[in-house]
Design a protein around this ligand. Sequence first.
Ligand code: 3PG
Length: 419
Amino acid sequence: MPGINMLTLEDFNYNGKRVLLRVDINSPVDIKTGLITNETRIKKSIPTIEYLSDSGARLVIIAHQGDTEDYNKLISLREHSEKLQALLDRPVGFIDDVAGPAAREKIISVKSGEILLLDNLRYLCEEVSTFERDVKLTAAQMTGCYLVKNLAPLFDYYVNDAFAAAHRNSPSMTAFQELLPSAAGKLLINEINALSSIIVEPERPCVFLLGGLRVADAFGMMRETLSSKTADYILTGGVTGQIMLMAGGINLGAPSVRFIKDRSLDRFVKDAKEYLTNYPDKLLVPDDLAVDENGIRKEIATGDLPSDSLIVDIGEGTVKRYKKIIEKALTIFVNGPPGIYENDISSMGTKAMWGAVADAPGFSVIGGGDTISSASKFIDTEKIDYICTAGGALIRFLSGVKLPLIEAMKQSYLRYKKD
Ligand code: 3PG
């Protein structure tokens, strides 16, 4: 891991030791049935669990599901334990308690090689994002939280394999490192290595394809990758592309401008102007688009805007231009679909761009919930070199923001490394 020192699984002997493993198996859930609809994160957690159990650890797993801001998905981890058991093909115990007396009694009974999953960490208020936002405790202060005070004394080691939650400064993510020798799991290392290969001396040309509705994320990545000279080209689509057009003085038309203003996204026009002025050759904007004209796709050149219909996709000319750049790229990062991919009339741009990335010879990385869902819909995702499980953590990493988990793991390295 370039420039990041962490202890890894191989640094400790787990045989007969109690190991607390934090994973991120926060999964999409069907609101009606309450059942998990995608197992990607659960599958990606398997190698570390297998390694620890095979090493004779008395293994206890902690994880979150949902949040205060995602309360429909704040459900028990019982189904997660069943899925882990099926994937591992070995028993995985479960208890519907997080750190109370029942959980502690059960933890003590776990034998070498056995696996136990505790219930949803976010049943504890100190684990939810609003607690982090409002109370703002340091890692050292969080050693006094309920979870850490109750669980840390029962364990010999702490392992973190939850890159997707690396942006969270919660007790389960950053406080155990203060008290226990701590190692990074296999997935955490793979994610950091894959993302580092984009921003640390990437093979060039290095191309970023940024779209979707998360404009703040796209602009954060743009600022960092342009100023650090990481990006050779940024291809913009989705609402991000439309804001670039607005910055270039183009009137999109009332429905699209309203869509952007209703979400206060026009605040990014100022940044867009600055980037277009400072990096005119690196930032590419659509030169044609598709609008939804009463359910019918109509292509329109940007020179012929404004349109009385809502912009829903990039146009065929833009797809051709962007494809040529993707074909020659040696590093490609994709975040955010260029159009409303869920709708047949506006899925062409996403389908074509994801297809181009899949066929391109360069090293490709995709990440973010919408990007992965749309890629799974249109292409064989086996053709993508690396699919990052993270959303928020990925964006922050690529935007140059320090991640609390990585900082905690670095501190733990300094504390527990062997001389
Ligand atoms: C995610 O889904 O991005 C991670 O599991 C982190 O979840 P959170 O944003 O609710 O902390």
